[in-house]
Design a protein around this ligand. Structure first.
Ligand SMILES: [Zn+2]
Length: 268
């Protein structure tokens, strides 16, 4: 595999996308900083930028080390409920929206937050069809949740009973994210990142999956062998046997909670 590093010259996002590069976004700020004790759930305001700049800076650095090419400003404010399109309209709206946005000269179109990787990729497929149908060209971007939420309602994961303090059993594994990155790439998406629940190791999984195409690994891969290869040094033979792609690719993780359902009923 290619050595860790970054492409040389500083280039803008559009310049990179125009030249066919993959741009890796960053991940979760509010949800992650809430778990770390710097954001209060409810209003979800980002005063940590002023109160605890070191905590915000540290998270930015973790995403950078994991392979993010983009540092988004942490400026989310209280009015989250009006920000996203409704799920029941997605089918029709994906086409309209892509056309509308691209028609206004947008260079990058895509979806962010509220839905898991699978749903977000399905939406991207519709957007892509919409763009093609309308004869428009735009770069595609996708930044889903780092949670599996196929059972959520039209407003997305906020309507799940586990939101926001009990979502842990839904966290995507790094292997889920490798699969997501590959599918996004195959769909033609070249700006690939994540939103709520998307931790630095998820970003690293994108960078690792696409290392053959991009030609390099992120700095954080110094501590991570491809597909669990580092486990071949383990003292236990049954754990050494997990140092292979087929093992992790086919794993069905248990929740560890005997009475847990695999899906929930959204509250709304
Ligand atoms: Zn989000």
């Amino acid at each position: 595999m290619a050595p860790a590093g970054r492409p040389g010259a500083k280039k803008g996002i559009l310049e990179r996308l125009e030249s066919g590069e993959v741009v890796i976004g960053d991940g979760s700020f509010l949800i992650t900083l809430e778990k770390r004790g710097y954001v209060k759930a409810g209003l979800w305001t980002p005063e940590a930028v002023i109160e605890h700049p070191d905590a915000v800076r540290q998270l930015h650095m973790e995403f950078l080390r994991a392979g993010s090419n983009v540092m988004q400003t942490f400026t989310f404010s209280a009015s989250e409920d009006n920000m996203e399109s409704k799920w029941e309209d997605v089918n029709a709206a994906a086409c309209d929206l892509a056309r509308e946005v691209a028609g206004k000269g947008a260079s990058i179109v895509g979806v962010n937050c509220r839905f898991g990787p699978d749903t977000s990729l399905k939406t991207m497929e519709l957007m892509k069809e919409g763009l093609e149908w309308a004869g428009l060209k735009a770069h595609l971007m996708v930044q889903p949740l780092g949670f599996h939420a196929p059972d959520c309602g039209k407003e997305g994961f906020v309507d799940l009973p586990e939101y926001p303090f009990g979502l842990e059993s839904r966290v995507a594994t790094r292997w889920d994210i490798q699969k997501y990155a590959r599918e996004a790439y195959n769909l033609g998406v070249r700006y690939i990142g994540g939103c709520c629940g998307f931790e630095p190791y998820h970003i690293r999984a994108i960078a690792e999956e696409l290392a053959p195409e991009r030609g390099f690994l992120p700095p954080a891969s110094e501590k991570h062998g491809s597909w669990g290869s580092g486990l071949d040094m383990h003292t236990k033979p049954w754990i050494r046997a997990r140092a292979r792609r087929e093992y992790w690719e086919n794993l069905l993780p248990a929740s560890g909670r005997p009475f847990c359902p695999s899906l929930s009923k959204p509250d709304f």
